[in-house]
Design a protein around this ligand. Structure first.
Ligand SMILES: N[C@@H](CCC(=O)N[C@@H](CS)C(=O)NCC(=O)O)C(=O)O
Length: 214
């Protein structure tokens, strides 16, 4: 398999798919396309009709769009535990992933993922308040239901954490308010070996994407 990703410093959707693919334990190649460059647009149009990263290549099949990639991986690697085993928890996990995938425009627009940015508060519009409050509610609800199975949204690290890991980085980068429970979740995500590996690669990058430097 091959995963086409964008700059690791900025590409939150790439991070989600990369985490999910890494969780399956399968070996895969990566191809990094530098966002916002002619090279990106030249190459991506050969790989995906949607023209965006991430794209998963499996033989002659291309799967694009993060949610579709994660669902494909969950079917292809049923033992990887990408979704929680319990049907109710699984439905809940799918709901919060779909909710993020189709929503939170103000949080995404005002607080782009930017892993190397020095953490500092950043002014927040009232519309983003609603988004950050809802993210916090999601994390708190999941953590209160997760019990002792692990420090992540559904205990063990799952597709839901793949989805919310880039959101964790935004909360930390832009010093957004978090309760103790939410901060403990954020710390667990950042300490995960896969997050550490992605962030280490991101730290080596030098390209600047102006649109994501708010
Ligand atoms: N809905 C898509 C969003 C993908 C997306 O917006 N990717 C960004 C990078 S994080 C991208 O490819 N941007 C390049 C562009 O839009 O030209 C998904 O879930 O994968």
């Amino acid at each position: 398999m091959k995963l086409i990703v964008g700059n690791k410093n900025y590409s939150s959707w790439s991070l989600r798919a990369w985490l999910a693919l890494s969780l399956t334990g399968t070996s895969f190649e990566e191809e990094l396309l530098p966002l916002d460059t002619p090279e990106f647009y030249e190459r991506i149009k050969l790989l995906s009709p949607a023209g965006r990263v991430p794209v998963l290549i499996d033989g002659d099949l291309a799967v694009w769009d993060t949610l579709a990639i994660i669902e494909y991986l969950a079917e292809r690697f049923p033992d990887a535990g990408l979704w929680p085993a319990d049907p109710h928890a699984r439905a809940h996990a799918r709901s919060i992933c779909a909710e993020f995938h189709s929503g939170f425009p103000d949080l995404r627009g005002q607080f782009p993922m930017n892993l190397r940015r020095e953490p500092a508060p950043h002014p927040k519009g009232a519309t983003a308040d609603r988004d950050t409050a809802r993210v916090r509610e999601i994390w708190t609800t999941c953590r209160s239901r997760a019990g002792d199975g692990g420090p992540f949204l559904f205990g063990a690290f799952s597709a839901a954490d793949c989805f919310y890991a880039p959101v964790v980085t935004r909360f930390l980068t832009y010093c957004l308010d978090m309760s103790e429970t939410e901060r403990a979740y954020a710390e667990a995500v950042m300490a995960h070996p896969l997050m550490q590996a992605w962030c280490a690669d991101a730290a080596k990058e030098t390209a600047v994407v102006d649109a994501d430097e708010v």
